[in-house]
Design a binder for this molecule. Structure first.
Ligand code: AN7
Length: 373
């Protein structure tokens, strides 16, 4: 019997994107190299981010009816637990290529975790500014353990962003917020993955909006794939914000944004103009959801589908349910779940409706009684 080894030893650059990857996923820069502004000289700093699952959510589809199919893009399964890793592998690799020795960002939490992990992996210092007291515990734990230099300011995210922008102009530190163009280049790969799995773009893309970078990045990805004829249509981009931090919905800055979804507690989005352009081009809309609606969707995803996301991520599903009357028959819908539920254990424990019986005597009779038998 003759064995052909040619398929196994084919150089990686000749394997097309979207095909089964016999050698395993190598991170989004290698997998989507042809679509990204990298060269042979770019040092690829990766934790093998990307390739996150697109999971059907039938319980949520059933709430809408109309024969719709709903999927979640579970980006909370990235290496640091959020979609920020997609942008950070690009931003940090390019910073390294440019010879940077330190990076800086403002963050509601997830950007700080991702910046810390990738910067340290690339041998750089990571300075992160966070709003004191408003970052979920898991995210703070990550930034500290990865070895970031964490600076908590007595101000909100918007103020922190102003400071880091100025700092990056005056000191030798590279800004890795989504104003850094490489961030969005990396994040657009999530749209590629959605199309690679569905075989086309969905009809709707529902996404939480804070600083409005990710909605812009997804649109870039869908448009680029459309130009390359890898999809035949473009989705309607449906952005959702928390009612207490909804500048894209109301059209004015929120000086004091407030929401339980601390990740999107942002009152003055840096990518506002680009996101408005996305809304117009895709004929989408921005809508606001209340904290109670966010928490309902958060619990429904976990207890109805087995999917644990963080509160900000649940805004995409809360929003879809809120505007379900506008959903067309037979639509294919993707909701982006941007971050992992483990990021914010405090909110989960505080707002769970599950019974938690404590102080039970350590014997079978007592346990059985507590079980209701
Ligand atoms: C889970 O980490 O801005 O609209 O500093 O962590 O692209 O800002 C986080 C944003 C949605 C909003 N979901 O995305 C930060 C930060 C989660 C997030 C958003 C964020 P953008």
């Amino acid at each position: 019997m003759t064995l052909s080894l040619s398929a196994d030893i084919q150089p990686s650059s000749e394997r097309s994107t979207g095909s089964p990857r016999a050698n395993g996923w190598r991170g989004l820069i290698e997998e989507y190299r042809a679509y990204l502004p990298v060269s042979e000289k770019t040092p690829v700093i990766t934790l093998h981010e990307g390739n996150t699952p697109l999971i059907p959510v039938p319980a949520i589809a059933a709430e809408i009816g109309k024969n719709v199919q709903v999927f979640v893009k579970y980006d909370g399964l990235n290496p640091t637990g959020s979609f920020k890793d997609r942008g950070m592998t690009m931003a940090i690799s390019k910073a390294k290529e440019d010879g940077a020795e330190a990076v800086i960002c403002a963050s509601t939490g997830n950007t700080s975790a991702a910046a810390a992990a990738y910067a340290r992996r690339g041998g750089m210092r990571a300075f992160v500014l966070i709003p004191d007291g408003y970052v979920a515990l898991g995210k703070l734990a990550q930034a500290l353990l990865y070895g970031a230099e964490v600076l908590a300011i007595q101000g909100n995210f918007d103020r922190a962003l102003e400071i880091v922008r100025a700092a990056s102009e005056q000191y030798p530190v590279t800004l890795v917020n989504s104003l850094n163009p490489y961030r969005l280049e990396g994040q657009k790969t999530a749209a590629f993955e959605v199309v690679d799995v569905l075989g086309d773009a969905p009809d709707w893309l529902c996404i939480p909006v804070g600083n409005a970078g990710n909605i812009t990045a997804y649109w870039m990805g869908f448009c680029q794939y459309h130009q390359e004829r890898r999809c035949t249509k473009l989705p309607k981009m449906m952005g959702f914000q928390a009612m207490g931090a909804a500048p894209m919905v109301t059209g004015h800055i929120f000086e004091h944004p407030e929401t339980i979804a601390t990740a999107i507690r942002i009152g003055n989005p840096a990518n506002r103009d680009r996101a408005i352009a996305v809304q117009h081009a895709s004929q989408g809309t921005f809508n606001a959801v209340t904290d109670d609606e966010i928490l309902d969707a958060y619990r429904l995803l976990a207890s109805g589908e087995g999917i644990f996301c963080e509160p900000a991520s649940a805004a995409s599903v809360a929003g879809l349910l809120k505007v379900k009357d506008q959903v067309p028959e037979n639509a294919k819908i993707v909701c982006v779940l941007t971050g992992n539920g483990l990021k914010d254990p405090d909110t989960a424990i505080k707002h769970s409706r599950s019974q938690f019986k404590q102080g039970i005597a350590p014997d079978l009779t007592s346990v059985a009684q507590a079980m209701g038998f």
